[in-house]
Design a protein around this ligand. Structure first.
Ligand code: NAX
Ligand code: ATP
Ligand code: MG
Length: 348
């Protein structure tokens, strides 16, 4: 190769190199931007972020004082409980009480009511969910409820799903926080508009429920390889509602950022853990929105704070119960751990 040729190649390299370097820098920055969008909670380390949002959870816990009256710290309603499933609404309702609610109501079918009442005198159980005037029966309680959890043990019978839908509509009008879980998510998958865009709504699907909802909204199979992206996409498709995809790590998003909760749990996957999560989330959502209204949460979405609190509490209860009971751990064992787990996470 002659000198002229060599000179031409040198000049070309000098021109191309800066361009390719700047493209490389741009790609890296873009990635960082995307990363920050995912984890944009002040600190970018997972540990730092957990501490940030855990301190926000601590800030929403109302003080226990002698100046309060019964009900002031939370009156929660659970919509669910049918012949097949009576444990789930019980788990959700008692978990709300054990976190710190003063009153916990269960609105269930007639044949589930006596069973659920027999589990615990602490719960106020209304056998109305399959009444001809079920919606009016429940609606008269809405002015006295701070939040609702719709779905634990609801079942998939059309008439019950229709009642649940109308109760959600009336709760939105009253600006009540609504947690939708379990068969309530079956309803949302069929009719997303029932809660789409409701900023005081939180959906708490497991992987199956999430996949069904994702595919109903996107009309294509979900890429289960990138869960961060899928949760962001689904939240956006649902009008930026807050979403919790439960799993090895819980992924929490309102479409603007993804927070992951990886509080140590265990390998025990007994049924009912999601009900403990949704019931505790019902109370925390009330506390978070009340704190936000009092100017305590600045710009952070109260639903994200409530979701993170309930996810970390559920996993902590699982971890503590597993240390005692190992493979024989049940959700009832986890409920017994709520007091000490909550204290360890949010009051120490
Ligand atoms: N003791 C009770 O009364 C309980 C009642 N439950 C109620 O049972 C009804 C149905 O809930 P399900 O969770 O069973 O229904 P799903 O439709 O969510 O799940 C169906 C099945 O999918 C499997 N599955 C769950 N998560 C999975 C994952 N990550 N990967 C692969 N497979 C997975 C499980 O075997 C599950 O039973 C709901 O109303 C729920 O509230 C449950 O909450 C469990 C406890
Ligand atoms: N692989 C896992 N490792 C650790 N924790 C997990 C794992 N999968 C789920 N969890 C935790 O278990 C709890 C319940 O999640 P799960 O997916 O079982 O909900 P669910 O199916 O709705 O439960 P339920 O039986 O109450 O309906 C959540 O706190 C979640 O963080
Ligand atoms: Mg569930």
């Amino acid at each position: 190769m002659n000198d002229d040729r060599r000179q031409q190649i040198r000049v070309l390299a000098l021109c191309v190199l800066p361009v390719s370097l700047s493209v490389l820098v741009a790609v890296v920055c873009l990635n960082d931007k995307v990363f920050e969008r995912y984890y944009n909670l002040g600190s970018t380390s997972q540990r730092g972020m957990d501490d940030d949002i855990a301190s926000l959870v601590r800030s929403i816990v109302p003080p226990l004082t002698s100046k309060k009256h019964k009900g002031q710290d939370g009156r929660i309603g659970i919509i669910g409980g049918c012949q097949d499933y009576t444990g789930a609404p019980y788990f959700a309702a008692i978990s709300a009480l054990k976190v710190g609610a003063d009153l916990s109501h269960v609105f269930c079918t007639k044949d589930a009511a006596t069973v659920i009442k027999s589990y615990s005198p602490e719960l106020i159980v209304h056998p109305v969910l399959d009444s001809p005037n079920a919606v009016e029966e429940i609606e008269k309680w809405l002015p006295r409820l701070h939040s609702l959890v719709v779905g634990p043990g609801l079942g998939r019978e059309e008439s019950l799903l229709k009642t649940a839908k109308e109760v959600i509509e009336k709760s939105k009008v009253r600006d009540i926080p609504v947690i939708v879980d379990a068969d309530g998510l079956w309803l949302v998958t069929q009719q997303p508009s029932v809660i789409q865009g409701y900023q005081k709504g939180i959906l708490t699907p497991n992987f199956m429920e999430f996949t069904r909802l994702y595919e109903a909204l996107h009309h294509e199979p979900m890429d289960s390889g990138d869960r961060q992206r899928s949760v962001m996409q689904l939240s956006a498709a649902m009008g930026n509602i807050t979403l919790v995809l439960k799993g090895e790590q819980d992924l929490i998003t309102d479409g603007s950022r993804v927070i992951s909760c990886s509080t140590e749990g265990s390998g025990r996957r007994c049924g009912g853990q999601g009900d403990l999560l949704s019931g505790s989330m019902g109370l925390l959502a009330h506390w978070a929105h009340a704190a936000s209204a009092a100017g305590k949460l600045k710009s952070v979405n109260p639903s994200l704070v409530a979701a993170f609190g309930a996810c970390s509490l559920t996993r902590q209860c699982n971890s503590q119960a597993f240390q005692r009971h190992g493979r024989s751990t049940t959700t009832s064992d986890m409920i017994h751990e709520i007091g000490s787990a909550f204290k360890k996470l949010f009051e120490s």
